[in-house]
Design a protein around this ligand. Sequence first.
Ligand SMILES: Cc1cc2nc3c(=O)[nH]c(=O)nc-3n(C[C@H](O)[C@H](O)[C@H](O)COP(=O)(O)OP(=O)(O)OC[C@H]3O[C@@H](n4cnc5c(N)ncnc54)[C@H](O)[C@@H]3O)c2cc1C
Length: 338
Amino acid sequence: MKSVLTIGDGISAWCLNFYLTKIPDISVTQFSQNHFISPCSLNSTAINCLRGTQKGLTPLGDLMVDSLSEFIDFNQTYQPDGVFEGEEIHLFNPNHQYNNRYQKPIELNGQYPFKGVKSFYREKAYLISPERLKGWFLKNSSGLETFTKFIIAIEPLKEGYKVLTQDGDYYFDEVYVASSYISKTLLAGIDVNLDQYMKYAKPVSGTYLEFEMDRQQIFKRYHIDSDICFDMEGSHLIFRTSEDKIIFGSTSDQSSIEYTNPLIFESLEQIRTYFEYELPEPSAWKQRTGIRFKGRKRTPYWGEISSGLFVVTGLYKNGYSFAFKAARDLIISQRTPF
Ligand SMILES: Cc1cc2nc3c(=O)[nH]c(=O)nc-3n(C[C@H](O)[C@H](O)[C@H](O)COP(=O)(O)OP(=O)(O)OC[C@H]3O[C@@H](n4cnc5c(N)ncnc54)[C@H](O)[C@@H]3O)c2cc1C
């Protein structure tokens, strides 16, 4: 029986585990260390929406559209827990430089509780609960063995790989590395293309705010009874009625990695001036931060970098759709995106 290891416990690894555990005659093991390297996937606003991206303009745009289709197919086929269908509303005020990605905006005339906003564009969106989706993947990756281990290095052998951890060495026939920005050090010097990609890849922190409020309260205070994300100049005010919370975010900071970021409150103040109802006071929100891994020109990277050694990395702001396509490409179709 072939032994396969996945490294990581974020959306990339969850999707890989799902497909790998469906292959007969292999054993699938997962190593991760979430206490010390917190998964971005559990510190994410986690929405899938095209945001005006169309096919036929750039390779990245094509990949974004294809990855969202892959996610939608997966959602329709398996109906995983933790995925809620809703809407994203892009709001444009008179001073806003109108982005022509959004065709035919509609005049705002009381449809949504915003003032000083001229028009809007509505798109279908999928609002994801990372914890519930993770639980579903775990339940549906039958036979997967999971261990908390800190990986120090991966060494190629004549056949298979030696994986060095804090409590000993382990041997596997194949390894899938889904450890986000840590892949940069774990996989350095193995493949020239990956090394070249990693030269330009960097971690970017993202801070957002979360406030727990049950759906009855959300309706009473804001007259909103569905899962909906309001997007204004890149800031998102998200009513997650299915999860009893409001989320506001997020920052994008390449210069420092801190757990809190005061800039998020400046954006909150801005949205307050447009929103018709009172939002919770700044001190009432809980700050959360995740580390995204941004690849060269925002492109992700997935592929087989040496016989039996695979990587999925650089998913940046699209992890919740790219990961589904990456897993299909590597396990079902065995090809790279570009
Ligand atoms: C504020 C914010 C908002 C976002 N919003 C969206 C959104 O709306 N839509 C969207 O699609 N994406 C969004 N993203 C991006 C998305 O969350 C990420 O692209 C995605 O979570 C990356 O998943 P991953 O599995 O590649 O990495 P991660 O989730 O970071 O997982 C990496 C895993 O590797 C493990 N690991 C790393 N090194 C080691 C080691 N040495 N030993 C053992 N284990 C190790 C970690 O413990 C972790 O389990 C957002 C991100 C942030 C921060």
